[in-house]
Design a protein around this ligand. Structure first.
Ligand code: AMP
Ligand code: ZN
Length: 110
């Protein structure tokens, strides 16, 4: 999708450093981190949200990418978050998994 920031990042248009990359997924640092570690795992294909994700292989690839990125950075304790929809905080409508770590986090989230 031409107007989507995460499509552009995944296409390499900004020379973003990828913590992990394979044929279907990239993982890169969030531009506005909420913790010392804040990464985003993003499918290369434009999918608006988890509601549009029906490809079992891509679901596997996304979670594998999360694990690979954490392994690479030696992160053993972390939170994964997927915001689905505006009312729960989704701002970028290209599916992404937040990986947040490096400080204590409260539960339940606000
Ligand atoms: P969400 O609110 O779940 O849609 O999360 C969107 C996330 O994307 C936020 O944490 C933003 O800080 C992050 N973000 C927005 N633009 C960029 C960008 N150009 N590069 C990296 N992260 C971004
Ligand atoms: Zn996109």
């Amino acid at each position: 999708m031409t107007d989507c920031i995460f499509c552009k990042i995944a296409n390499g248009e900004f020379n973003t450093e990828f913590i992990y990359e394979d044929d279907n997924v990239v993982v890169f640092k969030d531009i506005n981190p909420v913790a010392p570690v804040h990464l985003l795992a993003v499918p290369k294909k434009h999918i608006e949200s988890l509601n549009g994700l029906n490809d079992k292989e891509l679901i596997t690839d996304l979670f594998f990418a999360v694990k690979q990125a954490c392994k690479k950075l030696n992160i053993k304790e972390f939170r994964t978050v997927i915001n689905t929809g505006k009312s729960v905080g989704q701002e970028v409508f290209h599916l992404h998994i937040h990986i947040i770590s490096g400080r204590p986090l409260n539960w339940p989230p606000g």
